[in-house]
Design a protein. Structure first.
Length: 306
């Protein structure tokens, strides 16, 4: 995650501004990055690229990058409060770009909850980076909010005629064969195989569901109970041609009916989207954000090579 505390209008003349790579002990700049990254400065270790900005002898800015396969990740960029909006952030970004070998990518990921998100995105634009691309989302809330929303928007659920829910533990041999057929045909990505999910984590058998359309399984949703009162979603998938109709919402609603009954209406649910799954991201943005008390979106931006 990056810290966009530097904005970069056309830089004024700074006769005593110096930008240079940090080597050895960089603790003088530790306050200009997140606590989680400060160990990279004591000393500046293998795989870390750090550039500092000085005004005279005073540390005025810091940019941190971390080498990774195929390029470099921008970890943080920050400018001391007295020197912001003076072009220092842009100079630091340019310095980091020079440390990326030709043809490799320089990438940043950041949260929608970043305190100075707008300033950071503006800095990236001015430096010629690409557009932010949504990678994943996290959300949390209570069953009460979901059920209240469903009561106020019941037509969104009533239109799902011909659909029915059953617990995954009650899947029949025909259901399992249809799941295998859907995955083999590429209609549902193999990464979301319910057999793999059931093997990877302990799901809540009383609240993990499959949805059938006209008696044929078309999707599933797995939940995990984290005592004492939290439901985690660990995977959901539906047939691609009906993603827009609402079977995910049908399963999501049922999970919260059970959670409200078993754990109480003010218990907690949490959900993380899988990276780069457009249907789940769209579902979370269109539906879940409407009744979530917490939403966090993770974006990625790439700097064009060269």
């Amino acid at each position: 995650m990056t810290d966009p505390s530097a904005a970069t209008p056309p830089p004024p003349a700074f006769p005593n501004l110096r930008i240079a790579a940090l080597e050895g002990d960089g603790n003088a700049f530790a306050r200009l990055t997140y606590p989680a990254y400060r160990s990279f400065l004591a000393p500046v270790g293998m795989g870390t690229v750090a550039f500092g900005a000085w005004v005279g002898d005073i540390p005025a800015g810091l940019i941190l990058g971390r080498r990774q396969e195929g390029g470099m990740a921008l970890l943080s960029v920050s400018v001391a409060s007295g020197w912001r909006r003076c072009g220092v952030g842009g100079r630091l970004m340019e310095a980091l770009a020079t440390a990326v070998p030709g043809g490799e990518r320089l990438t940043a990921t950041y949260s929608s909850r970043l305190p100075a998100r707008a300033a950071f995105e503006g800095l990236l634009r001015r430096q010629g980076w690409g557009e932010p691309v949504l990678q994943s989302m996290r959300a949390a809330g209570t069953p009460r909010a979901v059920l209240d929303w469903a009561e106020a928007h019941s037509p969104a659920l009533r239109v799902l005629r011909g659909y029915g829910l059953a617990l995954w533990r009650d899947a029949t041999p025909d259901d399992r064969a249809e799941v295998e057929r859907l995955i083999a045909a590429g209609t549902i990505d193999a990464d979301f195989s319910p057999f793999a999910m059931a093997a990877q984590f302990e799901h809540w058998p009383d609240n993990s569901w499959m949805v059938r359309r006209d008696g044929v399984v078309v999707g599933w949703m797995f939940a995990r109970l984290e005592p004492p009162d939290t439901v985690w979603y660990h995977g959901a998938a539906v047939r691609r041609d009906i993603e827009h109709i609402g079977p995910l919402l049908l399963m999501f609603h049922r999970v919260h009916q059970v959670a409200a009954e078993r754990l109480g209406p003010d218990s907690t649910w949490r959900i993380d989207s899988f990276p780069r799954t457009p249907a789940m991201l769209a579902f979370m943005r269109r539906r879940i954000a409407a009744f979530a008390s917490f939403v966090d979106e993770l974006y990625r931006v790439d700097r064009p090579p060269g």
